[in-house]
Design a protein around this ligand. Structure first.
Ligand code: SF4
Length: 355
């Protein structure tokens, strides 16, 4: 089987789900790493990787979805529930910029009182203040779905309104494992997978950029993980490779209802490699410093080509992630692997041909 897969990959071909399952369960680390490096080499110079400094701004922790893997949320009215105002957010953005940040992502909860118009107003003000000097990834797909529903508008309408307000990107966050069995077990109030992809499609069709994400290390089965990858690859095919990147990180189990254990570095790197091989229609595969710290940079030798240096993210920090602002130390870890690390600017919007 290995020889067959190696021949396929060497010729620029695509592996199927059963081959992916074989690689995960049977392949040596060195074989997986080599295959991932081959696919990475179709898109990027072998000894170069890119990064930027960014923050995830958690504008509210109010959420009614009650996912059992989440240590971040507070129910409406619960002690500790918050919603940040514009001036507070602006001060937080200024702090990120002061640390060399060029990108902020907005990620909050399913706040039942916020409407599409509120987000449009926020992003309009942010764009007026920062212009093109700051990349803004406003909301995740999951948040867009919720706010569209409570605003009683379609995903198309919600995405178009945000686009008109000056927003350019939404992230594929809130995806965890995109498989309905998983979703029923852990976040039955959040969304169904078909619905998630309808929202992703609406985002791209509105002319917004988007990304793909995955989180591993809950209690998901290999089948559920592969279902996530296969559907994602199909969606990316159908959209001419429009999703700009794929980022995989690991579940942090501390202070969550679900609990459990965190996956180790070896499993993370193996999974990253498998993703790189399987998702052959993604230009960028990213490794997660937020959840793996400096060790994440080893992922650049397991198929990844890009990473963030995060300055804050309360969602993962509350569940056990530690954020370091000692960027030089983290970058040294990558350079010790023989990599040239290039600070990058924003990626161009990638849109499907029909959009
Ligand atoms: S993961 Fe997101 S949607 Fe789920 S409870 Fe936490 S904040 Fe809410």
């Amino acid at each position: 089987m290995l020889a067959e897969i190696e021949a396929t990959v060497a010729q620029g071909g695509r592996i199927d789900r059963s081959q992916a399952a074989w690689l995960w369960t049977q392949a040596d680390d060195a074989d997986l790493q080599r295959l991932a490096t081959t696919v990475r080499g179709r898109f990027h110079p072998p000894d170069q990787a890119t990064y930027l400094v960014m923050a995830i701004l958690n504008y509210t922790n109010v959420c009614v979805a009650k996912c059992d893997y989440c240590a971040f949320y507070a129910l409406p009215g619960q002690e500790g529930a918050y919603l940040l105002d514009f001036d507070t957010l602006r001060a937080r953005i200024d702090a990120v910029v002061g640390l060399g940040g060029t990108l902020v992502g907005f990620n909050g909860g399913f706040h039942p009182d916020l409407r599409v118009a509120d987000y449009a107003e926020l992003f309009r003000r942010i764009r007026a203040h920062y212009g093109d000097s700051l990349s803004v990834y406003g909301l995740t797909v999951a948040e867009l779905m919720f706010v569209a529903k409570v605003s009683k508008v379609s995903y198309d309408e919600a995405a178009a309104t945000l686009r008109e307000a000056g927003l350019r990107w939404i992230t594929g966050g809130g995806a965890e494992i995109l498989e309905d069995g998983f979703r029923r077990r852990h976040s039955p109030l959040k969304y169904k997978v078909d619905d998630y992809y309808r929202a992703q499609q609406a985002i791209l069709d509105a002319g917004l950029g988007s990304t793909a994400t995955m989180v591993i290390g809950f209690d998901e089965t290999l089948d559920e993980r592969l279902a996530h990858l296969e559907r994602l690859r199909d969606f990316q095919d159908a959209n001419d490779g429009a999703l700009a990147s794929f980022l995989c990180w690991t579940y942090k189990p501390w202070h969550t209802e679900l609990g459990g254990h965190e996956v180790g570095t070896r499993e993370y790197l193996r999974w990253l490699a498998l993703c790189r091989v399987f998702l052959d229609n993604f230009v960028h595969v990213r490794t997660s410093v937020l959840t793996r710290n400096a060790a994440a940079l080893e992922g650049l030798r397991w198929g990844a080509d890009d990473f963030d240096l995060p300055t804050e993210d309360e969602v993962t920090q509350k569940a056990g992630a530690t954020v370091s602002h000692d960027f030089a130390r983290i970058l040294d870890h990558g350079r010790a692997l023989g990599l040239e690390l290039v600070h990058r600017g924003p990626w161009p919007l990638r849109l499907p041909r029909a959009a």
